[in-house]
Design a protein around this ligand. Structure first.
Ligand code: 6PG
Length: 263
């Protein structure tokens, strides 16, 4: 499902509503605790502020464990930490069942090992962890989480969490594609003109082949294969603002309509 909204504020509002629906619906289906994976970067900041405020009041926080799909290899108080970004919005002040911070302060290889242990303790005996909802952003280069084109982590099918090479000044820890593709639900939040080409290559109809496939397209193709095979696969929703949808002709038109309706 692709939702096109007029602007970043609309993206945060639509995202908060979808998260409420997805997590609330799952909570009604099961008596178990839920697992909600946050993304980093800047796009989700306003969303987390809304979830920390009255927009998030109906979400069953005491049943929700929070995780991160990737983290920069920095201490939690570092300006670049995804944990710090979420913490400063007040979202982690919600009465959560658990906050499973990625130990970015460790040596990357150690951090990957320990976060994998955390996931193994939450999903004991599983081939892959099955998160109820994973939030993802999209890099202008088409990366998801911290899976970058040409990086070994992108093709790793053995591990759940891997360290990456340096990107924008830090190494990172990231879930691998099989973990992302085993979620019950994925919500992509993408805004801005800089993402339009990555959106086009990820959601556009034309095939892209070989090493040129963007990580986000690789993930969507992996999910499509699972769906065609009748295997369990994530329900994927995209919330994209008009600027990021501009190169998808059909969506671009709908975005303009949405913007006109918004006035
Ligand atoms: C990170 C994120 C990363 C992010 C994209 C988009 O740690 O930076 O997990 O994958 O979602 O790079 O970032 P923006 O939201 O800042 O555009």
């Amino acid at each position: 499902m692709i939702h096109v909204v007029a602007d970043p504020e609309g993206l945060a509002v639509a995202g908060s509503r979808l998260i409420g629906t997805m997590l609330g619906g799952r909570a009604r289906q099961t008596g178990a605790e839920l697992s909600f994976v946050l993304s980093g970067g800047t796009t989700p900041l306003r969303l987390y502020e809304l979830l920390a405020g009255e927009s998030g009041d109906k979400i069953p926080w005491p049943r929700i464990n929070v995780f991160w799909g990737d983290e920069r290899c920095v201490p939690p108080e570092d300006m670049r930490s995804n944990y710090r970004m979420a913490s400063r919005t007040g979202l982690l002040d919600r009465p959560l069942a658990g906050v499973h911070r990625v130990p970015g302060e460790l040596i990357p290889e150690e951090g990957a090992y320990w976060y994998t242990q955390v996931l193994n303790s939450v999903f004991p005996g599983k081939d892959l962890p099955r998160f109820d909802l994973i939030l993802l952003g999209l890099g202008s280069d088409g990366h998801v989480a911290s899976l970058f084109q040409g990086s070994p982590g992108l093709t790793d099918r053995e591990h759940w969490v891997v360290p990456t090479e340096e990107y924008e000044g830090t190494r990172r820890l990231t879930f691998t594609l099989p973990v992302l593709a085993s979620a019950r639900g994925i919500l992509f939040l993408v805004n801005g003109k800089a993402k339009a080409e990555a959106v086009r290559q990820t959601l556009g109809k034309e095939r892209v082949s070989g090493g040129q496939i963007l990580p986000a397209r690789l993930l969507m193709d992996m999910i499509a294969v699972k769906q065609k095979a009748g295997w369990e696969c994530p329900a994927v929703s995209w919330v994209i603002d008009r600027a990021a949808a501009a190169l998808l002709p059909s969506l671009g038109h709908r975005a303009k309509t949405a913007a006109r309706q918004k006035g």
